[in-house]
Design a protein around this ligand. Structure first.
Ligand code: ADP
Ligand code: MG
Length: 584
């Protein structure tokens, strides 16, 4: 599964180097330490020779023993340091990728999120990044150290006998051809295995996000099958990747054995004709033997690299989703502290190019201060008005201005911090009530919190809870009632001291008493703030300074309740039926 709307990426090795570059010196140090460890190992036979020499001449061996012990200890210490540095570097590469992805995903455009599976994006941050660990150490270091040894050995072979080197290289080239057929299969299988992990993440997110509905619908067995299918698909593809990796490793081993036999045959013939002597042949055969390990190491590295680049391509796809521009302070102005005036001028908008228009030229004006109500049948485009004001989406044509300036000409985070937004379904995040209330204003002081809790009538609830404001609210606030969630969302918005307050059906789940109390609060807020409400209750709507009647993506009429009841038949009908029905 790839993400819709992403373009082709630069080559994988370039991407990998981007992640590794900040850690190149540590990586080099780790690789050198590993090389040195191997090198000091080679000194041991020399020390042993001295030791045996001493023994046979009846000399004391204390010196040689000490030297040998020192060498062994130094070797172990360097080896440990080397593996630590390498592992640490690999973890830093993973950290770098996770940081980059996390920051990026928080800046994603809502439209990009609309088209992706959050669970799959989650898997890209948590699971795919882990695969960069192996590709960094095993692959890059293996390629580096194995490659160096390989080159050195090949040079030595060329010095010993160029003809036999040609024979060896021909065999290696043959094996290389086979490998070029195998490697893409490893890459494909790894990619599909990771995609299946993404599918699993997406299913998990869907199921755990609505576990009550899944259980109430008796859909556990079906959802279980979906999860198992994804897990099994990942298993199947990983096993396929393992099969091809094993084939690659054995192709390398086999090629060296074939090289050994071929060199023996060709070399034997050359000895017979007197072109080389037996010593040269033996030396060359030893080098073929030496070649075995670095070749295996390099092939292992390239195999590992296929898995790594499969993960890398998934990471890169996520990084190509459309994101909001990073906030650049002082580049664009932020709205001031006064209540904001707002206007829509002939705004046309649709959620995607292949979807119908939701706004067909919406026009209205809201002066600073006071309360404006949006009414209209469900699907009229009221919530979309608020999404456009928050710049979750941008209109296709027409203009939206705040204080006379186009929304795009305000600094985005500054614009949003001027707005308090209570969404239609009043989302509450897991965590404590305090976390939720302070989400939009972590610095709010206790007095402000107490005041807001009083006006939203949450003080009673908090007094009843054993842990008060620090009570955990459960995933998406499941431990709260619908009305309590709405009041938490309103309190959160009010704590931001917004210049523009957007309330989308924010009181729909409140009882009459709580609703009346909040109506007073909102009326109070509207004296110093611009308030926009999408409301169904007549009591709230009649209180508004002006009412915008929307239908099917257009503004039908603007006016006061008194004017609209006579002037607009749709409004009159809404007022007579829907409003009254919900006023109860
Ligand atoms: P209202 O709030 O007036 O009930 P909305 O503004 O929520 O209406 O929705 C207007 C239309 O836009 C509806 O037809 C709805 O299906 C569609 N819509 C809303 N949100 C999205 C979205 N994220 N992607 C695609 N279509 C959407
Ligand atoms: Mg709505």
């Amino acid at each position: 599964m790839s993400i819709a709307g992403t373009q082709s990426a630069p080559p994988a090795w370039r991407l990998l180097l981007d992640y590794v570059r900040p850690h190149r010196w540590a990586l080099l140090a780790g690789a050198l330490l590993s090389l040195v460890t191997g090198g000091t190992g080679l000194l041991l036979p020399l020390v042993a020779r001295g030791l045996i020499d001493d023994l046979s001449h009846d000399r004391t061996i204390t010196g040689a023993l000490l030297a040998m012990s020192a060498l062994v200890v130094a070797n172990a210490a360097l080896g440990a340091l080397g593996s630590y540095v390498l592992r640490r570097t690999a973890e830093s590469v993973v950290l770098g990728a996770r940081r980059k992805l996390s920051s990026y995903l928080l800046r994603l455009r809502i439209s990009a999120v609309d088209r992706s599976e959050p669970g799959d994006l989650m898997a890209r941050i948590t699971s795919d990044t882990t695969l960069l660990r192996e590709v960094t150490t095993d692959s890059l270091v293996g390629l580096g150290t194995g490659g160096l040894t390989l080159v050195a050995t090949v040079v030595m072979m060329g010095i010993v006998d160029p003809v036999l080197l040609g024979v060896t290289l021909a065999v290696i080239a043959g094996a290389g051809t086979v490998l070029t057929l195998i490697l893409p299969r490893i890459n494909r299988a790894s990619r599909q295995a990771q995609d299946a992990v993404g599918v699993m993440g997406a299913s998990l997110e869907r199921i755990l996000g609505a576990l009550r509905t899944v259980k109430a619908s008796g859909a556990e067995d079906r959802e279980e099958r979906t999860l198992h299918a994804a897990a099994e698909e990942s298993w199947r593809q990983s096993v396929r990747a393992a099969k091809w990796s094993a084939a690659a490793g054995n192709t390398a081993a086999l090629s060296m054995q074939v090289a050994f036999i071929t060199v023996l045959a060709v070399g034997g013939a050359r000895v017979a004709t007197g072109a080389i002597d037996v010593g040269t042949l033996v030396a060359f055969l030893l080098y073929v033997f030496y070649l075995m390990q670095p070749i295996q190491q390099v092939v292992g590295a390239i195999t590992q690299y296929q898995t790594g680049t499969a993960a890398l391509s998934r990471i890169q796809e996520a990084l190509q989703l459309p994101a909001e521009p990073p906030s650049l302070p002082a580049q664009l102005p932020s709205p001031g502290a006064e209540p904001a005036a707002l206007s829509f001028d002939d705004v046309r908008f649709r959620y995607a190019d292949d979807l119908p228009y939701v706004h067909h030229g919406v026009t209205f004006e809201v002066p600073a201060q006071g309360m404006t109500a949006f009414v209209g049948p469900s699907g009229a485009g009221k919530t979309t008005v608020f999404s456009l004001i928050e710049r979750f989406y941008d209109p296709e044509s027409g203009a939206i201005t705040l204080d006379g300036r186009d929304l795009a000409e305000w600094e985005l985070s500054g614009l949003r911090s001027a707005i308090g937004y209570v969404e239609q379904d009043a989302p509450v995040l897991s965590g404590s009530l305090r976390d939720n209330l302070l989400l939009g204003n972590p610095d709010a002081d206790d007095d402000a919190v107490t005041r807001v809790l009083k006006t939203t009538r949450l003080d009673g609830l908090i007094a009843r809870l054993p842990k008060g404001i620090d009570t955990l609210v459960g995933h998406r606030g499941t431990r709260l009632s619908g009305g309590e969630r709405q009041r938490v969302a309103i309190a959160r918005a009010l704590l931001r001291h917004p210049r523009l307050l957007l309330l989308d059906e924010a009181t729909s789940q409140l009882d009459a008493v709580n609703e009346a109390a909040l109506r007073d609060t909102v009326a109070d807020v509207a004296r110093t703030t611009t308030v926009l409400v999408v409301a169904h209750r007549l009591s709230t709507v009649t209180m508004a300074d002006r009412i915008v009647v929307m239908d099917a993506g257009r503004v039908r009429a603007v006016g006061t309740h008194r004017e609209l009841v006579t002037a607009d038949p749709l409004y009159a009908e809404l007022a007579a039926t829907q409003f009254l029905a919900t006023t109860g």
